[in-house]
Design a protein around this ligand. Structure first.
Ligand code: GLA
Length: 394
């Protein structure tokens, strides 16, 4: 049975009523190939949408109530469109309420509706399950309104991404950048997104992997305090920027500082921690540009080297890797046929992404799984990544 029919059947079991006005939407998680912790610094990122989605089946209601349930939770959460702020304290449903709140704030009209969510992006994995939920919820809420009133709201995916980011900032309390929501809304099958986060200009670049695979490995670490540590890293970038602004008055973001200027003025950042944070952002930005060149020239060996350098910088300068991600990184590099590997996403647990020769994927999976279990004491999960499309209606 296809996914759409499966979700509609399940929706009918939960909410009953008519089948006719149910619509189904999907939005993916993402893997970032390189450019980590650069987005909120006005830098470059290079993510791709995954063929792993969050789905929502939705049907409008006559009133202003949002009812929502996830297939793996089995309990309906209810909130009124006129009292969304109270949903901030919900254990489940705050993302959806946040998106509804931000949509209305941006001038969109909404109707109450019933929603059934089905998530395939592993939660807390660093593959952007949150952005997938936010993007698909925005599409579903707008779809429900159109279904009820026979309208056709013009949906700008970049605006949807910004709304998702706002929801996460204001309702979930993570001061995330725009990368994840942008990837979930704008992704394209078999393409990577080269995004300049200072002005959201972007280019979709065909991903030519010829004989190679991107392999994602999940540490399966239970992340604790990740949001707090994320916000802390983010807040360390501002004072470093302020110091550099004294010498480079035109800059607005660390992402605008060239490596050469950092070599000249970086030493004025006397706090060693702030210096390292800035050095990561500035060198990582440079690595993204070099990666684009390498990918366009089909030089996967060079791209693999840049991935490794990125991981080292995230480990030593930005200090967001930790034992589990470092274990995956180190083990991956012992496997013949691995060109590069690095953590992807916010860090503190989550996943790595490795560039692996196609005929080495099997040995990669076996060796990484065994050695990780030996070293860390529990299992990792390995997925061979397929790059899919961004948010859409099924
Ligand atoms: C999380 C955030 C993104 C980005 C990455 C790190 O995924 O949501 O905005 O900052 O971490 O690159």
């Amino acid at each position: 049975m296809d996914k759409k029919t499966m979700l509609i059947d399940r929706f009918m079991e939960v909410y009953k009523g008519e089948r006719e006005h149910i619509r189904v939407f999907a939005s993916p998680g993402r893997v970032n190939l390189i450019g980590e912790h650069t987005d909120y610094n006005g830098g470059y990122v290079l993510p791709a949408a995954l063929d792993m989605n969050c789905y929502v089946a939705v049907r409008p209601r006559e009133d202003r109530i949002l009812r929502m349930m996830a297939t793996d939770i089995g309990e309906i959460t209810e909130v009124s469109l006129d009292d969304l702020e109270s949903a901030k304290k919900l254990k489940w449903g705050n993302y959806q309420a946040g998106v509804a709140f931000e949509l209305m704030n941006h001038g969109y009209s909404l109707t109450g509706c019933d929603m059934l969510c089905h998530d395939e992006v592993p939660i807390g994995s660093g593959l952007s399950s949150s952005a997938a939920i936010e993007t698909v919820t925005a599409l579903a809420l707008l779809g429900a309104y159109d279904e009820k009133f026979g309208t056709k709201t013009k949906v700008d995916p970049v605006e949807i991404a910004k709304i998702g980011q706002k929801a996460e900032n204001n309702f979930v309390g993570v001061s995330c950048g725009i990368m994840d929501q942008f990837s979930s809304a704008m992704g394209k099958k078999d393409h990577v997104i080269f995004l300049d986060c200072k002005d959201l200009s972007y280019e979709l670049i065909p991903l030519k992997m010829e004989g190679h695979k991107l392999v994602i490995t999940n540490t399966n670490k239970k992340r604790s305090l990740a949001a707090v540590k994320y916000n802390e890293r983010r807040s360390q970038c501002d004072p470093a920027l302020e110091i550099l602004k004294k010498f480079l008055p035109k800059i607005r973001f660390l992402g605008e500082v060239s490596k050469e200027d950092f070599e000249k003025f970086g030493s004025y950042i006397t706090d060693p921690v702030l210096y390292k944070r800035a050095r990561h952002v500035i060198t990582e930005d440079d690595r993204v540009l070099k990666s684009i060149e390498a990918l366009k020239a089909n030089d996967l060996v060079q791209f693999g080297e840049l991935m490794k350098m990125s991981h080292v910088s995230l480990r030593d300068d930005y200090e967001v890797t930790g034992e589990e991600l470092d274990a995956l990184y180190e083990i991956a590099l012992t496997v013949p046929g691995v060109l590069g590997s690095r953590m992807t996403g916010a860090g503190f647990g989550g996943c790595t992404v490795s560039l692996v020769k196609e005929d080495a994927v099997e040995s990669f999976t076996r060796i990484v799984t065994e050695k990780y279990r030996e070293r860390i004491g529990y299992d990792c999960t390995v997925y061979v990544a397929t790059v899919g499309d961004g948010g859409r209606e099924l």
